[in-house]
Design a protein around this ligand. Structure first.
Ligand SMILES: C[S@@+](CC[C@H](N)C(=O)[O-])C[C@H]1O[C@@H](n2cnc3c(N)ncnc32)[C@H](O)[C@@H]1O
Length: 203
């Protein structure tokens, strides 16, 4: 009964959400696309010919956007779940934290990546501290891996949840990158603790 009520609330919220409606009009698979487009508008991330790794890519709106805005992109999209194919993208299905998956990512590139984006999130428990810690761990893992595979001018963008791991993430970011900024796009729900780190230039 309680579960039904929650899912009805969720459906009603989705119906009213302007970003959900806009994503349908624009042909994107998720409203999350507008978070990446706002990040790009503010920080001028993407340029033609870039190689980009999208981690936690399913259902695929970020990869759709990257494939559209980056001419001649070399795009690798990784997720636990299979998703519908995207033009110009190589899809890898599996757990990003698994070293075999990380090896497979490296096998698919001949030079270092220009950009790594991660929207990875664990299935939320509803307990905000636990969600923030688990998603924070994924962000840290993606940051450490990015240090190996990004070019000197490389850019790393990741979802984080404001909470206990925030300071640790920023500290790690500053060890690996010269610039570390935090940004909450307008399209990120106001009631959500979600935000994004934008890190530039590996040390
Ligand atoms: C918020 S969704 C991403 C939405 C996506 N950016 C889009 O625009 O369609 C988070 C994704 O992270 C993925 N994920 C969580 N943990 C992961 C892991 N360890 N390895 C790979 N993907 C993971 C989930 O399967 C989920 O599809």
């Amino acid at each position: 009964m309680k579960k039904n009520r929650i899912s009805k609330n969720w459906i009603n919220k989705q119906r009213k959400d302007i970003y959900v409606r806009q994503s349908k009009i624009d042909g994107y698979r998720a409203r999350s696309v507008y978070k990446l487009s706002e990040i790009h508008e503010k920080f001028r991330i993407f340029k033609g010919g870039m190689s980009v790794l999208d981690i936690g890519a399913a259902p695929g709106s970020w990869s759709q956007y990257i494939s559209k805005v980056v001419k001649n992109v070399k795009l690798i999209s990784v997720d636990l779940k299979k998703m519908e194919n995207i033009d110009n993208s190589i899809q890898i299905i599996g757990d990003f934290t698994n070293t075999d998956i990380q090896k497979e990512i490296k096998k698919n590139i001949t030079k270092k990546f220009d950009v790594v984006v991660s929207d990875m999130a664990v299935n939320t428990t509803g307990i905000k501290d636990i969600d923030a810690i688990q998603t924070g761990e994924l962000c840290k893992e993606a940051m450490i891996f990015s240090n190996e595979i990004l070019s000197k001018e490389g850019i790393f963008i990741s979802k984080i949840f404001m909470g206990r791991t925030f300071n640790e993430i920023i500290e790690l970011g500053k060890k690996i990158f010269k610039e570390v900024k935090v940004f909450k796009p307008k399209s990120s729900r106001i009631e959500s603790k979600e935000s994004f780190v934008i890190c530039k230039k590996t040390r």
